[in-house]
Design a protein around this ligand. Structure first.
Ligand code: SF4
Length: 461
């Protein structure tokens, strides 16, 4: 067992810095993990305590390699709880969170190996950092470029696929998911800072947690798994809009439809289908290219009739024939997607698709692009016309002298449509209000706020 050394006396240290104890068990890799955790904590102004009694909380970095090592780790957790009482468990045994919780239900948090961010977050939660005028220039929710009321929440980096037109796996490496507890703590900070809409992003949101073996992750007093549906459910409990982007139509995605039907997650899925012709999808090496997507869409709509699906498509991919393109238009007619974006294929340096034969001439790409957009415009106009007269919840993005610009459950910021509200008195960005739709175009809606009857206001007063 390695016990963390005490800090030397430093005359300029601010008074009452929080103090963390650390018990490090196991192999050199675990020791390096401990060093990294301590480095992060020290950089944030925490001091190290050489004794249990002097610590505000204790981190136990466990080993789970052999049964005897697991036993030793469990004993160390028990000792830290008995001596200090405020214990955060990390390291290899952390993947057996249920076993630890069964024996020690009072541990504050459990994270797995190399989950540095999650451990440090758990320490922040257990023992808040001391105020530091230099470090505290950055707000707790971080610096964001989005308006105050919505925020992007990145849940993983990289991608395990090898789409022939894409170099992202080459640039960013394979899928690397953040532990669920880490994502949730960021989400909670954002909500506490006034965010009303969380936009979940990654390269492949539905693959979330695969690289971590769907490791257990403690959040909200329970153990979740680091996987797509658990994350959607946890985010859906925060009381704000949750919008899922970059989802692939794998069978397990079915699991979020009940959350959408219950109103816990927005009934919106952003699925980059890219094409519908099996031949083109195969040449693109798309994930889930063998899925029966129309049947899946029908099943999802049966579970959640309000579901809106947005997607993007590429026209003019090398080898795309007239038949392939007609198949795509037919598929769009059948799929009736709410929102569609389209790109004309371009070579990307380093992408395997550059070497494919039968490149499509620029004029043909242009014509197919125009036809697809016009085709989808008619579908979109029909869908939106059907909304006239409905009462919807919208979120207000902007208010000016002419009224308010808002979005419905089916509109992501920047990429989808808007809901324009002429009578905007009293509305502010970030407000979530009920409106009645009065008019529609191909992409946007117009609406007026649903006013409460005067007697309701009086009785409330
Ligand atoms: S396009 Fe394909 S390879 Fe590129 S990030 Fe998306 S799923 Fe991964």
């Amino acid at each position: 067992m390695t016990q963390a050394p005490a800090d030397e006396e430093r005359p300029n240290q601010p008074e009452r810095s929080p103090r963390i104890g650390l018990v490090s068990l196991g192999c050199p890799k675990a020791l390096v993990d401990s060093e990294r955790i301590v480095t992060r904590l020290r950089a944030e102004g925490y001091e190290l305590s050489p004794s249990y009694e002097g610590a505000d909380a204790v981190v136990v970095n466990t080993c789970g390699f052999l049964n005897s090592a697991k036993e030793e780790s469990l004993q160390a957790i028990g000792e830290a709880l008995a001596e200090n009482g405020r214990v955060i468990v990390t390291g290899c045994l952390g993947v057996e969170a249920d076993r630890i919780r069964d024996q020690y239900p009072d541990v504050l948090a459990i994270t797995g190996p190399q989950a540095y961010d999650a451990v440090v977050e758990a320490v922040h939660e257990a023992v808040p950092r001391a105020h530091d005028p230099f470090m505290d220039l950055v707000p707790p929710q971080g610096v964001r470029f989005t308006p105050r009321h919505y925020a992007y929440l990145k849940i993983s980096e990289g991608c395990n696929h090898a789409c022939s037109f894409c170099i992202i796996p080459h640039l960013r490496g394979p899928l690397k998911s953040r532990p669920l507890s880490d994502v949730m703590r960021e989400a909670e900070r954002l909500v506490a800072a006034g965010v009303q809409e969380l936009l979940v992003i990654s390269q492949d949101t539905s693959a979330y947690g695969l690289d971590l073996g769907y490791a257990p992750s403690a959040w909200g007093g329970r153990t979740c798994e680091t996987r797509f549906t658990d994350l959607a459910e946890a985010l859906g409990s925060l009381g704000v809009w949750v919008r899922l982007h970059y989802v692939y139509p794998y069978p397990h995605v079915d699991g979020v439809l009940p959350l959408m039907a219950d109103g816990r997650v927005l009934p919106y899925l952003d699925i980059p289908f890219q094409h519908a012709s099996p031949r083109v999808l195969k040449a693109m090496r798309r994930p889930a290219h063998q899925e029966k997507t129309l049947q899946r869409l029908a099943d999802w709509r049966a579970s959640c009739p309000e579901l809106a699906v947005r997607s993007t498509f590429i026209v003019g991919f090398p080898g795309e024939s007239d038949e392939d393109f007609e198949a795509l238009l037919e598929w769009l007619s059948a799929a009736r997607l709410a929102r569609v974006g389209c790109f004309k294929y371009e070579d990307v340096d380093g992408a395997p698709a550059n070497a494919l034969p039968d490149q499509v001439p620029a004029a043909v790409k242009e014509e197919r692009y125009a036809r697809l957009m016009a085709h989808q415009q008619a579908i979109s106009a029909e869908i939106l016309e059907g909304r006239v007269g409905e009462t919807l919840e919208v979120i207000v993005d902007d208010v000016d002298a002419e009224g308010a610009i808002a979005r419905s459950h089916w509109d992501a910021p920047e990429i989808d449509g808007n809901v324009f509200i002429d009578e905007a008195a009293g509305l502010q960005p970030g407000d979530r209000v009920m409106v009645t739709v009065t008019d529609a175009s191909e992409y946007d809606l117009w609406a007026r706020p649903v006013r409460r009857p005067a007697c309701a206001d009086e009785s409330a007063a």
